[in-house]
Ligand binder design. Structure first.
Ligand code: URA
Length: 300
């Protein structure tokens, strides 16, 4: 107590003001501590201060050497993400959770991985078009009138862009669902030899007329968002409005979502699930590993 009194007598604050300042400092420190240790993604700093485990994993210099079994049991607080990003849709369905639970399994065969991915992609695309059904209409069932919604656009108003190679897994399903859609292709790959895995552009083949079309950019994994943002920049240079772009994806993480929404706040993102970690090697965890390798059977 004496030490505290001596300390206070040396500060410019005396009496009540010193108590107020100490309470203020303690309160502020506690607030900062609680924000930094917040286990979900809703702290005031967005994801600058990730939860402790995500931060430790991301900054682990021995990550590649470390062979011990890791546990990825944490879940992302999707509600706070949805509040933060009004143009984000996360498909909160039991079917999705179960199907993703199956393709995450490293022991399933390539055939099962493909079949289950196709079922999953079909649901995601059905939901994507369901969000487009904004016009209320009255129809008649055998028993009477009822209200439902319809898509005011035709399939030919849409263009799907596949980001090669993984994005091609989504083109088969979109052709089944929307036979009149045009398909563009962009080949952008992560440079696996660099730490940041920056995207390298290889090639694009897009329909001539993109303006005033609704564009679905398809890539199953949204990790850093490098390839997706390079693709969206190509589209914007070609006259597409960000509000006409929907990024359609299976597994995302907060870093990728933040990167895309910071650069292109007008776009919409449809993702089946948001995973809690982006690892130092820029893979999503628990994730599924390399989607393209598992889908096309090129795992080493
Ligand atoms: N691409 C993949 O295939 N998997 C990841 O986890 C990240 C990017």
């Amino acid at each position: 107590m004496n030490t505290l009194k001596t300390f206070l007598s040396k500060t410019p604050f005396k009496g009540k003001s010193s108590i107020l300042s100490i309470t203020g400092v303690l309160g502020f420190s506690y607030f900062m501590y609680s924000q930094i240790n917040n286990k979900n993604s809703s702290n005031m700093f967005g994801n600058i201060f990730l939860n402790k485990k995500a931060y430790a994993l991301r900054n682990d210099p021995d990550f590649e050497k470390n062979q011990q079994k890791r546990e990825f049991f944490d879940k992302v607080d999707t509600d706070s993400l949805l509040k933060k990003y009004p143009n984000l849709h996360v498909l909160n369905l039991k079917t999705i959770e179960l199907l993703i639970g199956q393709i995450r399994d490293k022991n399933i065969s390539m055939e099962d991985f493909r079949n289950i991915s196709k079922r999953l992609i079909r649901i995601i695309l059905e939901e994507t078009f369901a969000y487009e059904c904004t016009e209320e209409v009255i129809k008649e069932s055998p028993l009477g009138l009822y209200k439902t919604f319809r898509n005011p656009n035709k399939f030919s108003d849409y263009i799907a862009i596949s980001i090669l190679r993984s994005g091609n897994s989504m083109t088969d399903e979109i052709l089944n669902l929307a036979p009149g859609i045009s398909i563009g292709t962009v080949m952008i790959q992560r440079d696996e030899t660099t730490e940041k895995k920056l995207p390298i552009f290889f090639f694009e083949k897009l329909p001539g007329q993109l303006e005033n079309k609704k564009i679905l950019v398809m890539d199953p994994m949204l990790a850093t968002g490098g390839s997706a943002s390079a693709t969206i920049n190509i589209l914007i240079r070609r006259g597409v409005k960000p509000t006409d772009i929907i990024f359609v994806n299976i597994i995302s993480c907060e870093e990728g979502l933040q990167n895309l929404f910071n650069q292109f706040p007008g776009i919409r993102i449809i993702t089946a699930i948001v995973d809690p970690y982006l690892l130092p090697n820029k893979y999503i965890a628990p994730g599924i590993g390399d989607f393209g390798d598992r889908y096309y059977g090129t795992t080493h």
